[in-house]
Design a protein around this ligand. Structure first.
Ligand SMILES: [Fe+2]
Length: 141
């Protein structure tokens, strides 16, 4: 059976914005990387090229999470630990996908869907909470 019905459209939406300029800028880059993996898969790019982009994804996700965690620590964000634990779980899952793909297991579509779904739920829920905290928390200083 063809899985074209389950194909998701990787398109940036305004509601993805969390209202924190630095985080939003990083999210857009992160989103671009997901999009280029998706494009590569659709255009039948070589596995070597896909693996190169997956490497970029891995490093950028690590960077973005570290960046977000630093911002949270800076302002004493009360949900810092829970958010950081969430990052760890995502990274582990993402790395499992990448390891499998490197071994030749065809999980790339699954990975793209996973990343996109995670991005949509994580950004709206968790990062928006933090952005609101920064806005409200810094208003009194
Ligand atoms: Fe984020």
């Amino acid at each position: 059976m063809h899985n074209e019905d389950t194909t998701i459209k990787i398109v940036w939406q305004d509601w993805f914005e969390v209202g924190h300029p630095r985080i939003d800028a990083e999210h857009k880059t992160f989103f671009d990387i997901i999009k280029s993996i998706d494009n590569d898969v659709r255009n039948g790019a070589s596995m070597m090229r896909i693996l190169r982009t997956l490497n970029e994804l891995k490093f950028y996700t690590e960077f973005h999470f570290t960046s977000e965690e630093n911002l949270m620590e800076d302002v004493g964000y009360p949900h810092f630990r829970a958010h950081r634990d969430g990052h760890k779980i995502i990274l582990r899952e993402m790395n499992d996908y990448i390891t499998d793909i490197r071994l030749g297991i065809d999980r790339i579509d699954e990975l793209v869907t996973f990343l996109f779904n995670w991005f949509c739920s994580h950004t709206v829920n968790e990062d928006t909470k933090f952005s609101r905290y920064v806005t409200l928390g810094s208003s009194g200083h």
